[in-house]
Ligand binder design. Sequence first.
Ligand code: HEC
Ligand code: HEC
Length: 352
Amino acid sequence: MKRIVIGLILGIFCFPVCGVTGQLEPMGDVPIPKGNLQTTEKVELGKKLFFDRRLSGDGTMSCATCHDPKQSYSDGLEISLNYPTTRNWRNSPTIINAAFQLYLFHDGRAASLEEQALFPMMSAFEMNQNLDFMEEEIRSVPEYVEEFTTVFGDPDITRDRIAMAIAAFERSLISGDALLDRLLRGDESALSPEARQGYEIFIGKGKCADCHYGSKLADDRFHALQVEENPEHLKDPRIAATRRFVAKVSHFENYRTLAEDPGRFLITKDAKDWKAFRTPSLREIAGTAPYMHNGIYATLAEVIEFFNAGGGKSNTALKPLQLTAAEKKQLEIFLEEGLTGATTTFSYPKIP
Ligand code: HEC
Ligand code: HEC
C-alpha cells in the first residue's frame, strides 16, 4: 500500500519524465526547456561546437573526444580520457538520452544540459579551457558569428549561448524504437523468446525494475551499491590528484586523505549518500561498456553477476537474487537485444 501511494505521488509529479516505480514505459517525448527551444539551426550549431577542438585549452579535445559517436557517445574506456598530463577519475557516460536525466553526472552535480556543458570546458582534467578566451576564439570565426546571429537573433557569442546550442544538439540524440518499445506498445513478438524471458526476469525475479523503470529505465535516485573501487585509483597518483581536487572544490573537509570516490556525498554531505551513485539509464547499454561509475565491469555478464551476488560488500540496497545460469543468460540477452534504439545515419559536421 505504502509503495502504491509513493508511486502515485511520484507518478503525478514527474510523469512522463520519471514514470511509476517498477513500471517500464516506451520512449516518450524529449522534455525541451522553455528558455532554450529547439531549432534545426541551433542543433546544427551545437553539433559543430560539440566537435570543435577550440573548446579545449590546448586545442586537442572536443566533447566528442570522450563522447564519440562511434562509441555510442562514450569513449569505451574504464576511466575516461583526460587533458594531457592529467587523468580522469570516472567512466564517461553516453550522451544519448541525457536529455531525459533529471540529474547529470554520476553524482548528479548538474541539473541541466545547459549548466553541464560548461563543466568539462573548465575542468582542469578534461578540457582545461579559459572561458573568456574561448568566447574570443569563437567570436573570431566569421561563420560562427553568422550562425549565432541566425540562431539567437544577434551576433553576441557568449558561453551561455554556446552551452545552449550544445544542449540543443544533445537533445537531438535520442534512441527510440528499441525492441522493448515495440513490446511495450503491444507487439508481443518483438523480442526473441530468450530476450522475452530476460525481460520477465528484469521486471520480476531480478528486481531490476525496482530502480530501472520508466521510459529511461532509471529512477532519478542515488544508491550506494558498494561497487568495488577501480584499482587504478589506488595505483595512479594522477587519479589521486583529480579525486582530491574535485573533493576540495566540493568543500569536502578531509580531501587530502580521501582515498576513494565518495559519490553523491560530495554534493549533499549527507552520510546516507556516501558512495551513492545515480541509477544510470540502461538504454543503449549494449554499446556503452565498460560499466559503472568507474568502469570496473567489462561486460554485462559481470554486471549481472554483481547484482546476482547482492551487490558489493556490506551494501544495504540489494539482496542476492539466486538466478540460475540460464536466467542470467536470458537477462543478458534482454539487455543486449532489447534496449538499443533504431540506428540513424550520422554525418560529421564541417568545423569552420
Ligand atoms: C576528457 C573527457 C571528457 C570530455 C572532453 C567531455 N566529457 Fe562529458 N563526461 C566525461 C566524464 C568522465 C563524465 C562523467 C563525470 C562525472 O560523473 O563526474 C561526463 C559526463 C557528461 C555528461 C553527463 C551525462 C550523464 O548521463 O549524466 C554530459 C551531458 C556530458 N559529459 C557532456 C559533455 C560536453 C557537452 C562536453 C564538451 C563541452 C564534454 N562532455 C566533454 C568526460 C568528458
Ligand atoms: C537499488 C537500485 C538498483 C537495482 C535494484 C538495480 N540497479 Fe542497476 N544500477 C543501479 C545503480 C545506482 C547503478 C550505478 C552504480 C555505479 O555506477 O556505481 C546501476 C548500474 C547498472 C548497470 C551499469 C550501467 C552503466 O551504464 O554503467 C547495469 C547494466 C545495471 N545496473 C543493470 C541492472 C540489472 C540487470 C539489475 C537487476 C538484476 C539492476 N541493475 C538492479 C541501481 C540499481
